[in-house]
Design a protein around this ligand. Structure first.
Ligand SMILES: [Zn+2]
Length: 162
């Protein structure tokens, strides 16, 4: 006969012990997330490299600037994730003979209309998720519009003299 037994405990730690427990759990969680992130970055990069021969990204120094201005943990994590992804992409592009370009850090990728080229200043507000052009009427997801601009700019920079 199989008997399933369960025991329940309740801990009553004092303040110091409670602090210590939280620290231990907190750091375990941090390491767990860190490893999870590394694994995901690897997968993201693998997918990007597999399905593209030319890759263009924004210059990383943008992130360094943000880092100096705002040191909130969330932003630091996003930045370090982005740096890690870009570092891996560079490395893999070298390795697999694919092309990787970066666009200038002052290039206003999110403000330019990817169809007609008009600049829309109020796109600086990051909460605006959709790009809507006053000139040609283009309606597009903010990030998609910026991506197209980055790609165009990167290719233009590399091939303009040929
Ligand atoms: Zn337009």
């Amino acid at each position: 006969m199989k008997i399933n037994k369960a025991y329940k405990f309740r801990l009553y730690p004092n303040r110091k012990q409670e602090e210590l427990i939280n620290k231990t759990i907190g750091s375990s969680r941090f390491i767990y997330n860190y490893i999870l992130r590394r694994k995901t970055n690897e997968e993201i990069v693998k997918k990007i490299i597999e399905s593209h021969d030319i890759i263009v990204s924004e210059n990383l120094q943008v992130n360094k600037m943000i880092e100096k201005e705002n040191k909130s943990l969330r932003k630091l994590i996003i930045n370090s994730t982005m740096s890690d992804i870009i570092r891996r992409i560079k490395y893999k592009c070298d390795w697999e003979n694919k092309e990787y370009y970066q666009v200038d850090r002052y290039y206003a990728s999110s403000q330019i209309c990817s169809r007609c080229g008009k600049i829309k200043k109020d796109m600086k507000d990051i909460n605006k998720r959709e790009y809507e052009c006053d000139n040609c009427g283009l309606k597009m997801d903010r990030d998609l519009n910026a991506s197209i601009n980055i790609m165009t700019e990167g290719l233009f920079k590399e091939y303009r003299y040929e």
